[in-house]
Ligand binder design. Structure first.
Ligand code: HEM
Ligand code: HEM
Length: 291
């Protein structure tokens, strides 16, 4: 509504102004000051968080105000400039402003869609901060699943030592599956051992985005190939490895979504700060040189 009222002011003014609509006319200046006031208001979202004793309404209401009044600043700034970009500083101000608005819209869209995607990617509702710990546990689970049929694996020294340490500590024993290593390798288990050491273990030690197991379809093909090489009694152990790799993949997706969800603000906020600096410089210089 405020945007419509501003437009109703702008159209006759733009038609009648002798030199066209400019930032220096009384009406033009009015639009500029109003846009600047809104930009200053946009920072209250940050101030509200920093001063916890300000008990001024719900965060949701503030965000709504932030979004709508931020968008209202767009027509006001354009009406102020009369849709022109004369002068380097004024042009820089306008460009930074547009990027701040676009980044805000982008972030808002991410905030709407990513949380849902994230719960699809990692159904366990794992808290982001716990993901590194969960991944560590997956690494040990994979080791134990293989060692339970192939015997302790000297090549996976780290996992072996960690698994033994946890299993011998009653307070931590529930962290892992708790399967004991077989005394001797089961018959026909060599392909499982090789698959673990060459494919699964490197994948679990990495960031979950590289190697054949990073891709669900390729992982499925590898799983089918592995099962064909194994006697049926070992299919469960192979299935465990495949399921662990799938879970690791889900966490990699979730971590990536989480970075997007919080990363955009690193563009939005510093540019919003630059916007304030440019705005003050523009207002001071434009007023000084125009009048
Ligand atoms: C001149 C325009 C704007 C300025 C100066 C500005 C500035 C800021 C600042 C300083 C923050 C950080 C608040 C904090 O500390 O958490 C913020 C957050 C945010 N802004 Fe803007 N903003 C502007 C326009 C917009 C627009 C147009 C949108 C959306 C359409 C938007 C969406 C957001 C969102 C979603 C957040 C994150 C809020 C949260 O999740 O805590 N902003 N903005
Ligand atoms: C306190 C607030 C503001 C004041 C006092 C102010 C002042 C002025 C003045 C006096 C001019 C005329 C300069 C000339 O004709 O050579 C001008 C032009 C301009 N202003 Fe502002 N301004 C303000 C806010 C803004 C804001 C918020 C924006 C946009 C984000 C903006 C963007 C521009 C642009 C792009 C022009 C150049 C328009 C053209 O090419 O004629 N100004 N401003």
């Amino acid at each position: 509504m405020l945007g419509a009222i501003a437009t109703a002011f702008y159209v006759p003014y733009a038609r009648q102004a002798p030199e066209g609509p400019r930032g220096s006319t009384a009406v033009g200046l009015g639009f500029g000051v109003a846009a600047a006031a809104l930009m200053a208001f946009e920072w209250l979202l940050n101030a509200r968080k920093r001063v916890p004793t300000w008990n001024l309404g719900k965060a949701e209401t503030w965000l709504k105000g932030h979004i709508w009044l931020g968008l209202l600043a767009v027509p006001l700034a354009l009406f102020h400039s009369g849709f022109h970009l004369r002068g380097t500083l004024a042009a820089a101000l306008m460009i930074v402003f547009v990027v701040v608005i676009l980044s805000g819209v982008f972030g808002l869209v991410l905030q709407q869609f990513l949380p849902r995607l994230m719960s699809l990617a990692a159904p366990g509702e794992t808290i982001y901060e716990q993901i590194p710990h969960v991944i560590e546990t997956l690494r040990l689970d994979a080791y134990e699943a293989v060692a339970a049929v192939c015997g302790a694996l000297a090549e996976a020294e780290g996992e072996r030592a960690e698994s033994e340490a946890i299993q011998s500590d009653p307070r931590r024993a529930r962290q892992v599956l708790g399967r004991r290593p077989a005394a001797a390798p089961a018959e026909g288990s060599a392909p499982l051992r090789r698959f673990y050491l060459e494919t699964v273990r490197p994948f679990l030690m990495g960031d979950g985005r590289h190697g054949p197991l990073a891709d669900a379809r390729q992982a499925e093909r590898l799983a089918q190939g592995l099962l064909r090489l194994l006697p049926p009694v070992l299919h469960d152990a192979a299935g465990d490895l495949i399921a662990i790799a799938a879970e690791r993949r889900d966490y990699a997706v979730q971590a990536r979504l989480h970075r997007w969800l919080h990363g955009w603000i690193l563009l939005h906020v510093p540019l919003a700060a630059a916007l304030l600096v440019l705005l003050v410089a523009h207002a001071v210089l434009a007023l000084r040189y125009t009048y």
